[in-house]
Ligand binder design. Structure first.
Ligand SMILES: Nc1ncnc2c1ncn2[C@@H]1O[C@H](COP(=O)(O)OP(=O)(O)OP(=O)(O)O)[C@@H](O)[C@H]1O
Ligand SMILES: [Mg+2]
Length: 507
């Protein structure tokens, strides 16, 4: 029997924080919860990323909910990727339950039911604030990575962006981009080869096919206006609570490409627009990705590289990224090695492969004289987890099997009527949900082609006329071989980031 008092002191000492913190629950030893042996995570290290893992039904999503709520309560805004659509209940207070009271009595903190300020966002046509970005903002580098094209094709994509930049053609949606690609090898062939070198139609054809594949995954819904301003994720309500922004992604599960496109563009946008964070002692924004294996699934190597580098860099902007997934091995090693907080729920040992995975997982936790980590991993109950965090000095805290506190808000989803009410209140819906289809490359090029064609027809007709005339008088009319005039449109989108938001980053 280990010395309970010594363990209590070990936890108390290991989890003492000077600055602000959130409480996850109380430490457990040999299956017993030690009341008031509180597991506290300093806000200061919450931008150091994290992982919530564990077998199905062990409490991962509830742990995510607990973390999100407590951050919001401390005035830290949160962004949740809700794959299963089970998080909207955060907008309503928990109805409470005898089991919840029992849990909290063991932990030693009172249970309070509470609701949180919630904004619902969407990538598709579901109800919620539409999240969109323009192709211009996305930039050639990211677009090439997402389309997973060859280097030559990536070169062509850059040329297309450059052409649009030079000619002030706004690239808003995929329709625009496809139009330019076609133009470059058809009507605009001469113009392109004069200024930028010849573009082969085989290459543009290959790029077009990739774009069509992206469209089939709903990419046409994501690209366009009005593009979302990431500052709107940082709202604090009138009571000083951080907004919990929930992206409903229930219809995205079978469209991993759209999801990774969106995640990458969001992270890149945050990286380029958020200021470097000084030592404010708290994160600016914390992002949770439930069912995180979906962004890594089917991601090309180039895309994975991109995600890894951005995960590393975004920390300095005060943004914490938390991956929630069944198996830690779902997350690439390079990302895993950067994680500060780990909340590991129970793992099940059905097969030899499972047992191997458990051993491996156990080895990734700090050694503790109080636990046989691999054994504890299989014995944890629902809503219990092994926790290891970083203290304010950035040193790992003692490993603690933790009885997690219960969410203050409701553990299930909003009813339709509740959701409607919530959406009705939303200021962001008013801002983002009108559909804008302002004149962009597609229309402008069509005009240009039109003008050119009309001009050609006119010239031809004039020539014919002249021929007839010439035969009588010897006067000739010379056609002007001027380029068609492109209407100049000073688009903030073009100016904002035509060279790609990640251009800087990838040099
Ligand atoms: N901290 C907690 N407090 C109270 N109850 C909890 C807690 N964690 C989990 N539970 C209970 O366990 C159930 C399952 O939890 P949860 O949905 O978080 O599991 P999960 O690991 O996300 O499962 P899945 O892999 O299927 O997504 C919850 O519906 C809830 O009843
Ligand atoms: Mg879950």
């Amino acid at each position: 029997m280990a010395d309970k008092q010594a363990f209590f002191d070990h936890i108390e000492k290991g989890y003492t924080t000077k600055g602000e913190y959130i409480t996850l629950g109380a430490a457990m030893l040999e299956g017993e919860t030690l009341t008031n042996a509180l597991v506290k995570i300093p806000l200061k290290t919450m931008n150091r990323h994290g992982l919530i893992a564990g077998a199905t039904g062990t409490g991962k999503t509830k742990s995510l909910q607990v973390l999100a709520e407590n951050l919001s309560e401390k005035g830290v805004p949160v962004l949740l990727m809700d794959m299963k659509g089970d998080l909207s209940g955060i907008a309503e207070p928990s109805p409470g339950h005898a089991k919840i009271d029992e849990r909290h009595e063991k932990i030693g903190i009172p249970f309070t039911a509470k609701n949180f300020p919630v904004e619902i966002l969407t990538l598709s046509e579901q109800n919620g604030v539409r999240l969109r970005a323009t192709v211009s903002e996305f930039g050639p580098v990211l677009l090439s990575r997402i389309l997973d094209v060859s280097e030559t094709q990536a070169g062509i994509i850059s040329v297309i962006f450059k052409y649009c930049d030079d000619n002030k053609l706004p690239l808003l949606d995929l329709k625009d981009f496809k139009k330019i690609l076609q133009y470059a090898t058809n009507e605009g062939k001469e113009e392109f080869s004069e200024e930028y070198g010849r573009i082969s139609s085989a290459s543009t054809g290959a790029i077009l096919r990739r774009i069509v594949a992206l469209e089939q995954q709903g990419g046409d819904l994501f690209f366009g206006e009005k593009s979302f301003n990431t500052d709107d994720l940082l709202r604090i309500d009138e009571n000083g609570m951080g907004y919990i922004n929930i992206v409903r992604l229930t219809d995205i599960q079978d469209r991993p490409k759209l999801f990774s496109t969106f995640m990458l563009s969001l992270l890149a946008e945050i990286y380029t627009t958020f200021p470097e964070q000084g030592d404010s002692g708290r994160p600016e924004l914390v992002i949770f990705i439930d069912e995180a294996h979906l962004i890594f699934k089917e991601a090309s190597d180039a895309l994975l590289d991109q995600i890894e580098s951005i995960v590393k860099l975004i920390r300095s902007k005060g943004v914490g990224l938390y991956f929630v997934t069944q198996n830690p091995t779902d997350v690439p090693d390079a990302v895993l090695s950067q994680l500060g907080l780990k909340v590991q729920h129970a793992l099940r040992a059905f097969t030899a492969k499972d047992r191997k995975a458990i051993k491996l997982t156990a080895e990734n936790y700090p050694i503790s004289e109080y636990y046989k980590t691999d054994e504890v991993l299989t014995k944890l109950g629902i809503g219990e987890a092994l926790v290891s965090a970083l203290n304010e000095k950035g040193i790992p805290t003692p490993l603690a099997a933790t009885m997690m506190r219960a969410p203050m808000s409701r553990m299930d989803i909003l009813e339709d009527q509740e959701l409607k009410e919530l959406l009705k209140e939303s200021k962001l819906i008013k801002k983002y949900n009108e559909t804008v289809d302002r004149e962009s490359a597609y229309e402008m090029l069509n005009d240009k082609i039109d003008i050119a064609e009309k001009k050609e027809a006119k010239e031809k007709a004039e020539k014919e006329k002249a021929k007839v005339k010439r035969s009588s008088s010897r006067s000739s009319s010379r056609s002007s071989r001027q380029n068609p005039i492109v209407k100049v449109l000073s688009s903030p989108t073009v100016i904002r980031s035509v060279l790609g938001i990640l251009g800087k980053l990838l040099k």
